[in-house]
Write a protein that binds this ligand. Structure first.
Ligand code: FES
Length: 107
């Protein structure tokens, strides 16, 4: 396998790193951020179980914000309603497209 092919393959396997509390995990491109975290037993606050209603699943994006899907209309509404910081995303409405570094207040 050529060096460029290896680099391209690595890009297909996003790495989610944590500021504290958890070891890094790999996922698939377009994986839902909240779903992939929960699949690895990493807690994500929620009272609507990912239906895009509660706004509690907010995650701080410390690096790689450009490697996430753009906010959809549901997320735009929730970010405004719950006054999220610019670097916070509604994880149940967000797809992972590349490497990111994330955090929450409760990890
Ligand atoms: S889990 Fe409720 S809005 Fe994301």
């Amino acid at each position: 396998m050529l060096k460029g092919e290896i680099a391209a393959k690595i890009e297909l396997v996003p790495l989610i790193s944590f500021n504290k509390g958890h070891v890094p995990i790999f996922c698939e491109i377009h994986d839902n951020l909240m779903a992939v975290l929960r699949a690895h037993q990493i807690p994500v606050a929620s009272s609507c179980q990912g239906d895009g209603v509660c706004g509690r699943c907010r995650i701080q994006i410390l690096a790689g914000a450009e490697k996430l899907s753009p906010p959809n209309e549901t997320e735009k509404f929730l970010k405004e309603r719950h006054k999220l910081q610019p670097n916070e995303r509604i994880s149940c409405q967000t797809e992972v497209l590349g490497d990111i570094l994330i955090d929450t207040a409760y990890w």
